[in-house]
Structure formats: C-alpha cells, structure tokens
Design a protein around this ligand. Sequence first.
Ligand SMILES: Cc1cc2nc3c(=O)[nH]c(=O)nc-3n(C[C@H](O)[C@H](O)[C@H](O)COP(=O)(O)OP(=O)(O)OC[C@H]3O[C@@H](n4cnc5c(N)ncnc54)[C@H](O)[C@@H]3O)c2cc1C
Length: 458
Amino acid sequence: MSDDLQALLPTGRVLTDPGLLGPYLHDEAEWAPAGTPVAVARPRSTAEVQQVVRWCIERQVPIVPRGAGTGLSGGANPIDGCVLLSLAAMAEVLEVNAAESLAVVQPGVVNDDLRAAVAQHGLWYPPDPASAPWSTIGGNVATNAGGLCCVKYGVTGDYVLALEVVTGTGEVVRVGRRTRKGVAGYDLRGLIVGSEGTLGIVTEVTVRLRPGRAPERTVAGYFDSVVDAGRAVAAVVGSGVIPSALELVDRHCLEAVDAWKHMDLAVDADVVLLGRTDTPGAAGEAEAAEMTRCFEEAGATFAAYSTDQDEADALFAARRLAYPALERLGPVLTEDVCVPTQLVPEMLTRIQSAGARHDVHIANIAHAGDGNLHPLIITQPGDDAATARAQAAFEEIIADAIALGGTVTGEHGVGLLKRPGLAREQAPEVIAMEHAVKNALDPHGILNPGKAIPVLLT
Ligand SMILES: Cc1cc2nc3c(=O)[nH]c(=O)nc-3n(C[C@H](O)[C@H](O)[C@H](O)COP(=O)(O)OP(=O)(O)OC[C@H]3O[C@@H](n4cnc5c(N)ncnc54)[C@H](O)[C@@H]3O)c2cc1C
C-alpha cells in the first residue's frame, strides 16, 4: 500500500522504514498512548498535502498532522495504520507586509523564526508559548496556543486573520480575510483554530502583527507558600494592572533547571512570581510598584522590581526551561487547567491536597495571570503504583477545576489526555454539536480521529 504513496511525492518525502520513523512516534505528552503509522509523509507544498489527503480518502486511511511534536496532550500521536503528515518542511515565511501589519507563513515555520522575521520590519508577533524555540505556527494554530504574554495580548487565535486549509474532502479552501475588519459568513477560520487537526490540514497562515514594543520591567516576588503566591496573583489581576506576563514557578522547577543548565539560580524561596509590564514611562513605573505592593501584601518574603535585566532574563529563561528540565527527572503528567483568576489560590490549595492525598510529587508552573495552571505530576519510570496514584491525582485536579467553573485545558488542547475530563466539562448537547461539525467537515472520518472531542454517547 505504501508503494503508491511513495510514488505520489518526490523521492525521500515518504518514510516507511521503521528505523526512520522514531522521531515521529510521539509528542511530548509522555503519558498519552501512541500507535504505529504505515508511513510518514513530508510534503513541501499545499498541492502535495492535497495529494496525500486524497490518497487517504480513497483508501480510508486516517491522517495525523504533525508540526514539531511539542504538544502536551497526545494530539500529534500516530494512530495505528495512519499516515503521519509532517508539515515541518513547509517552513517558509511567504510575506511580511509592514503597511498592512500582517505576515503570511507556511505551517512549519517555527514560532521564534516568525518573530525574528517580523522584528526586522519593526513588528511583533505576540503569541509566545514557552515552546516558541521549537513549536510551529501550524501546531500553534491547531492548538490555539497561549503563552507568557497572552495575559495582556491574547492567544494565537486572536492573531489569525486567514487560513488555507486542505479539507477532509480533499479540497483546498481559504477561510478568513486579510482586511482589518470583516464579518462575512460563519467564522470558519475560528472553527479551524484549535481544532487539533480534526477538521482540516492547515497549509498557510495569515497573521496579524503589532508594532514592536517597549522594553519590559520585571517584578520578582518570593513566597514561602504556593497559596500566598496565588493570593498575590488574584490581587494583581484585581488591582486593574494588566501585566505583560505574570508567571509562577516553584522551587522544584528552579532546582531542576539549575541541575540541568547550571544557571546558578540562587533563589531562596519555595515559589517565585514573575510579573512584567511593558507600559512605557511613569505609567509603567506605577504598574511595577502596584505589582510589588500586591506581592508584599499577599505575604511575599521578598518583592522588588529588578534593575538587573540579566537576572530577570535568567529567571524567565528558567521558567521556559522548567518543563524539559523536569522531564529529565522522570515521566511528567502535565495538567493545563484554567480557573477564574480570583480562584487561583483555591485551586492551588486543591492541587496541594491532591498531591498529599495521592502521595505524588507535584511541581508547579503557571501562566498565573490567566489562571492557567500547570501542575506537573512526576513519577519514577516502572513504578506502577505511583503511576496509578498520579492518574488519580490528575483526574481529581481536573474535577476540581471544573467544580470551580474552570476548564480542563487552557492552552495545550484536549488531544487524548483530556478527552475524559472534557466529557465531564461539556453538556451532552454540546458534544453532539461538536460531532455534527466533525461529520460535516470530515465526512470520511479520516482527520486525526479519536482526538480533541469526547466520545459521543448515544
Ligand atoms: C517545553 C514546552 C513548553 C510549552 N509551553 C507552552 C505554552 O506556553 N503555551 C502553549 O499553548 N503550549 C505550550 N506547549 C505545548 C506545545 O508546544 C503547543 O501545543 C504547540 O502549539 C504545539 O506545536 P507543534 O508544532 O509542536 O505541534 P504538534 O505537537 O506537532 O501538534 C499539535 C496538534 O496540532 C495538530 N497540527 C499540527 N500541525 C498542524 C497543521 N498544519 N494542520 C492541522 N493540524 C496540525 C496536531 O495533529 C496536534 O493535534 C509547550 C510544550 C513544551 C514541550
């Protein structure tokens, strides 16, 4: 079967040798199951993607799209017998239009590369997942990725103007617009954003850009307890200050980064909150002072705005490296719950209780200003009892987030890991609507089946 797929694309673009498939067999969600693809296709153009999709439709072969594979929910994990469609080689920045403040890119462009390309024109592409050095714009669109500055500037979907998509019926369509405004028809662009490869293959993305921004001031707060840090988060958000980042990172994460990168992060605290403002001038000064006050009143043992840019950058770099650093210690089960900001202290309390009750080690990082928490449950490889306890803690944290009016995923997507939780979060009628959309746009049921939406109960 794979011979005629091989013939479809130029030599070397279709891999079937099991020895070469390794890098495509899993994303970064270590706990999510993964099957074995019949082939990995690596198209370089929309026409090649379309050919692969049509080949799969004719044979009823599932397709799993993949960007860089940094996903944390199993969304890009192959299904047995699928064609794994890697978009990573479609990595050209096609246009940067300074007059219209937009850029057009292929899906395999890495987030940081897009930022660098538009920075040359004095422009800025805000969505900045901590995976920005590796993750692709196509993957960011498919997961509607968030990031550090999203607390002020919004998520990927807020910057997607238009998409070119290969549909589940093998057509190439364009949805959205290039204009600043436009309300014509249903928002199909919005439907594809965050659909995790289940409604179409994104082959081109038009993004909105902002002017380059002013340098940031950083406020660091040290806390003895994660719940005090949570109270500081609620206070900052309640004060009306909109920080350009408000990140939480705990001692476990900082120590893991230090042990790996030897960054000499001499932080004498259980939890660090990092607030930033990019508001220029005296107003920025006032915002930094207000964040410092909120940190102190919530019980910070130390709070100050950093005059040392290198130190501030080191702490943010450590925040970005926290996840890969913890992965080195053992399999990590990553949560992505998001709760109302004023309930962050309550959610952090419940996370601590879940860790204690199930006797599992939980580290914490968070896009705290968004209420988006990433408790990271760490186990030792081969410890089945600990694995079962971690799974129980994972489900309990999800149930707590839903009970507090939150959601199972703030930014990583549902993939495989959060399908059971989403079934609890959504009403059966809503799940039925999702299946109706899926059936309409993917009538052959070949686009990343079994991901992103819960099972339809009949
Ligand atoms: C260290 C680390 C830090 C992270 N930090 C953040 C963060 O701050 N914020 C955040 O939101 N996420 C974060 N993530 C998660 C991850 O990086 C994001 O979900 C990212 O958007 C995935 O991009 P990717 O290119 O790796 O996509 P993949 O993992 O390859 O795929 C993700 C999903 O998108 C689908 N997909 C990929 N490309 C396409 C396409 N062209 N068309 C249709 N579907 C497609 C896949 O099928 C899959 O369902 C982090 C991950 C790591 C490892």
